[in-house]
Design a protein around this ligand. Structure first.
Ligand code: ADP
Ligand code: MG
Length: 679
């Protein structure tokens, strides 16, 4: 028995408060066919969604088999939706490019049952709805009535106790509607079916009970439960059975977090890594996910756009493959290969984005109908530095603590934990995608390439990452923290939360490095030399580099359900990547490389040639004396190696005959005493 007790549900959109369900109480028998009638906007869909766990009630209670759902966690709702409920929608919600059989089968994937069993059950459900001979058709080759049958088969495939149908015949002609109603009546023989309709005749003919709604209230019930029935119903406590957690389920569970802000960072990253097409597909697998999507579509589309990546990976195929490997029996005493790597690489594909962009631009007006905005992002990370004192500097984007010193380890860590090591992001080029979601507290949005803006969370929070980047917090602390992490130690730093005046952020200036400035041409060796490790050189370059200036502070408007487009961090002007790109294209080193595409300008060697015995000294020895001195923590002037015992040091095997040291400038090491050195 399903008890709906004094349920209220309001929707608040801006100033407007809409009471969708106004103190609704209704007891539903385990086995009946209930039609819910009422004018448009009376709360029918809301009621159905609350019953199905697609929508949460504000107050009241939904009692399922004697158990209150007040304490339900996302996971409980998920299990309830997957095992107890089947949904049928007016608009079918089938995946167009999948066969009928897959559409039904996919609804089962989430319950962690074997593949063969899935197929068998899907076939059986399709036979039940009279489509046993159409398994391999695609939805777009079928009539509306047939598509609704597929949707009913999909709802039935988990053998749910309750089937919920929202205007299932709303899009069908009378004759087809009658066939669908016959089918639903049959479905209702051994379960509860709740159907929303605005057709009183169909309700009269087929339903066993009619409940009328008006303005969110029940105004009529043709067959309310008796006191006796209610008492009997309450005595039954049945277990819902928990979903066995397959990876798929785990993934689906995480979609519940879409509504909450806590889930967003993870999801953004996930979306970025598997591509949103994959996500949309996975979501549509979940029973009833469509309504869910509709509800939050508006808010989420801006943050979860359809993303097309240069490369993408088909995760679903991968997962299905893994499952297959688990199922297939291998003869006792043998072990068979399980293709994990090759499966992964074969599922990776490349997209021709240049052609796609040309296609979009060719018919821009046409595209406008389908897309709110089209944004292009480039694989360009602005190299941003902060000057420190008279001669220091720190790379803050990507932060050197997170990218530089940790190198490989970190990049592995970042993919695993899906966190970004950039302090700066790039604004979308279309302001209407984000401006409405924020209020400007200080200054203004960036208006030209060198301006950036600080985004605060709706609770006026600024991340420590941002504070480090801007130099408001001491970045040494960050370094120590990360070192401690790698030594497996706990970092015992100050735990105090700092607070800042908004005005303090304005006009903070950082430096944008033009990467080509790192290189100078060596006339003698005819190659470019990288000075990245030469602190004095870099400081000098950075001083002459262009500024990046914080020109504004904005805050996400307070809106709990809303999903804001920008994360709380620093955002650069949308035009910055192309600015950097064009500037790089004009730079001398790039020009020279383009002029001679065969030869690597950094080594002077032809691309692809094997370098044999020719050690290019100029590349190796762009010596930064100060850097070396610092690295070893002694002073270059009193560079004394006399204490160094290198007697064990055997260099006899080293062939230095090809070594040309003529370009080596050791003049800065005049004071060096090598007398104690025994080679
Ligand atoms: P019905 O299905 O009977 O047409 P609904 O349950 O869809 O009615 O809607 C009931 C009321 O709640 C309507 O006034 C509708 O505008 C409002 N409503 C429904 N869903 C939302 C939503 N996601 N956001 C804001 N208002 C909503
Ligand atoms: Mg409706």
């Amino acid at each position: 028995m399903l008890k709906i007790q004094n349920i209220r549900k309001e929707y608040i959109t801006g100033e407007l408060k809409q009471i969708a369900l106004d103190d609704v109480s209704l007891d539903l028998r385990d086995n009946e066919f209930v039609a819910i009638l009422g004018p448009s906007g009376s709360g029918k869909t809301t009621l159905l969604n609350v019953i199905g766990g697609l929508d949460r009630y504000d107050s009241g209670d939904l009692i399922i088999n004697g158990v209150s759902t007040k304490q339900y966690k996302d996971r409980d709702w998920d299990s309830y939706r997957n095992h107890t409920i089947g949904f049928v929608f007016q608009s079918y919600n089938l995946i167009p490019h999948q066969t009928v059989l897959s559409n039904v089968e996919l609804a089962l994937t989430i319950s962690g049952i074997s593949r063969a069993e899935r197929k068998r059950r899907a076939k059986e459900a399709l036979e039940k709805v009279g489509l046993g001979d159409q398994l391999h058709k695609k939805p777009n080759q079928m009539s509306g009535g047939q598509m609704q049958r597929v949707a009913i088969a999909r709802a039935l495939v988990n053998d749910p106790d309750i089937v919920l149908a929202d205007e299932p015949t709303g899009a069908l002609d009378t004759e087809t509607s009658v066939q669908i109603m016959d089918l639903l009546k049959d479905v209702a023989k051994d379960r509860l079916v709740v159907m929303v309709t605005h057709n009183p005749e169909l309700a009269d003919t087929y339903a066993t009970r009619i409940v009328k709604l008006k303005d969110g209230k029940i105004v009529d019930d043709s067959m309310p439960c008796t006191e006796e029935e209610i008492q009997k119903g309450e005595a039954v406590h049945r277990n819902l059975g928990h979903a066995s957690m397959s990876f798929f389920t785990a993934l689906l569970l995480s979609f519940n977090n879409l509504r909450t802000k806590k889930g967003r960072t993870f999801l953004t990253a996930l979306a970025g890594s598997i591509g949103n097409i994959g996500i949309a597909l996975i979501m549509s697998l979940s029973n009833g996910a469509q309504t869910y999507i509709d509800n939050i579509e508006q808010e989420t589309l801006s943050e979860y756009p359809l993303t097309i990546n240069a490369t993408n990976m088909d995760f679903t195929a991968l997962m299905l493959g893994a499952e297959q490997a688990r199922e297939e029996k291998v003869e006792e005493g043998y072990a068979r290969e399980w293709q994990t790597l090759s499966a992964m690489f074969s599922k990776v594909s490349n997209n021709d984005l240049a052609s796609l962009k040309a296609f979009f631009e060719e018919d821009a007006e046409e595209m406008d109908q389908y897309a709110r905005a089209i944004e292009y992002s480039y694989n360009i990370t602005p190299q941003i530095y902060r000057l420190i004192g008279k001669d220091g500097y720190r790379q803050v984007n990507p932060d050197q603590a997170l990218s530089g010193s940790l190198g490989q380890n970190y990049s592995a860590m970042s993919t695993m934990s899906m966190m970004s090591m950039d302090s700066f992001s790039i604004l979308p080029s279309d302001p209407k995608l984000y401006e409405g979601q924020y209020e400007v507290l200080r200054g203004h949005w960036p208006q030209e390439e060198h301006e950036c803006v600080l985004v605060l969370s709706s609770g006026n929070r600024v991340t420590d990452m941002t504070l480090y980047a801007l130099g408001l917090k001491d970045a040494d602390e960050l370094d120590k923290m990360i070192e401690a992490f790698y030594r497996n130690e706990n970092y015992e730093g100050e735990d105090m939360l700092t607070t800042w005046k908004l005005d303090d952020f304005l006009d903070i200036r950082l430096k944008l490095l033009d990467p080509s400035d790192r290189y100078t041409y060596d006339e003698k060796y005819k190659v470019y030399v990288d000075h990245n490790d030469n602190k004095a050189y870099m400081r000098d370059v950075l001083e002459r580099s262009e500024d990046i200036v914080v020109v504004g502070v904005v805050r996400a408007k307070d809106d709990d359900d809303g999903v804001a487009m920008l994360q709380p961090e620093l955002y650069c002007h949308a035009g910055l990547p192309t600015y950097i790109m064009h500037k790089a294209a004009e730079s001398e080193v790039v020009q020279r490389q383009l002029a001679d595409p065969e030869t690597d300008v950094f080594t002077g060697v032809r691309f692809g040639d094997v370098v044999e015995n020719t050690i290019d000294m100029s590349e190796m020895f762009a010596i930064d004396e100060e850097g070396i001195a610092n690295a070893f923590q002694f002073d270059a002037d009193s560079f004394d190696l006399s204490n160094l015992d290198l007697s064990e040091f055997d260099l006899s095997g080293l062939d230095l005959s090809g070594l040309d040291l003529s370009g080596l400038d050791l003049s800065g090491m005049d004071g060096m005493d090598l007398s104690g050195l025994d080679l």
